[in-house]
Design a protein around this ligand. Structure first.
Ligand code: HEM
Ligand code: HEM
Length: 170
């Protein structure tokens, strides 16, 4: 078995990282933030679409996913919880964002296309705050995940981080 992730999964992983960083930096009410709001919504929708493509990739490449060495059961469980939370966030945070946008307006154009919105949640106050809370929790989990990857590389000196990087010797 290869000790790095298949290339399509690596590409998907780093595109997602770039999009999440962009969406986080452009956070705010898209109905008032102009171009930044457009970038936030387009980036968020792309993350949502990529989530499903990612699921297909993980299924297709199931047998080629590297099995990194487990230090102990506690570490294994933590890894599973963090990975599950990341997956959940990639799906739930954009949906909450779409609902938040629906609560602010019934007409939002992405470029020249009208984004379909849900009129039944119009003016529901707490949805924006919920999206904000979930978005910030997502970033906190990403921080934990990235710190763990860096810890593996610099402290445990194992293959975990390298397994998600392009192998330059190939
Ligand atoms: C993974 C994807 C996303 C992340 C991480 C994210 C994150 C955030 C964060 C952190 C904020 C709060 C910014 C601030 O006020 O300081 C925010 C605001 C907002 N986002 Fe997103 N967002 C995502 C996707 C989306 C999508 C797809 C939409 C719409 C289709 C959206 C619509 C909104 C709206 C309407 C607000 C304003 C909420 C309010 O002011 O109460 N977001 N987002
Ligand atoms: C928005 C940011 C990120 C998200 C959503 C994310 C998500 C994920 C997910 C879902 C996996 C499981 C494999 C897969 O299905 O692709 C994974 C694996 C991995 N990620 Fe991230 N990641 C992010 C950022 C980072 C960063 C910044 C680093 C490095 C500093 C990193 C390093 C890794 C490594 C090394 C693995 C493989 C772990 C293993 O197999 O033991 N990730 N990531």
């Amino acid at each position: 078995m290869e000790n790095i992730y298949p290339k399509p999964i690596i590409i998907m992983h780093w595109i997602t990282f770039f999009l999440v960083a962009t969406v986080y930096l452009t956070g705010g009410n898209p109905t008032t933030t102009g171009l930044l709001g457009q970038i936030h919504v387009i980036g968020g929708i792309s993350i949502f679409i990529l989530f499903f493509i990612r699921l297909v990739f993980v299924f297709v490449y199931k047998k080629s996913i590297p099995q990194n060495k487990i230090i102990n059961q506690y570490q294994k469980n933590l890894f599973k919880i963090v990975r599950f939370s990341l997956y959940l966030s990639l799906c739930v945070v954009p949906i909450a964002g779409w609902l938040a946008l629906s609560s602010f307006t019934d007409n939002f154009k992405v470029s020249f296309l009208n984004l379909p919105l849900l009129s039944s949640v119009r003016d529901v106050q707490y949805i924006g705050e919920l999206h904000e809370l979930l978005g910030n929790a997502f970033i906190a989990i990403v921080g934990l995940h990235a710190s763990a990857a860096l810890m593996h590389h610099f402290i445990f000196k194992d293959n975990v981080l390298k397994s998600m990087l392009f192998n330059r010797n190939k």
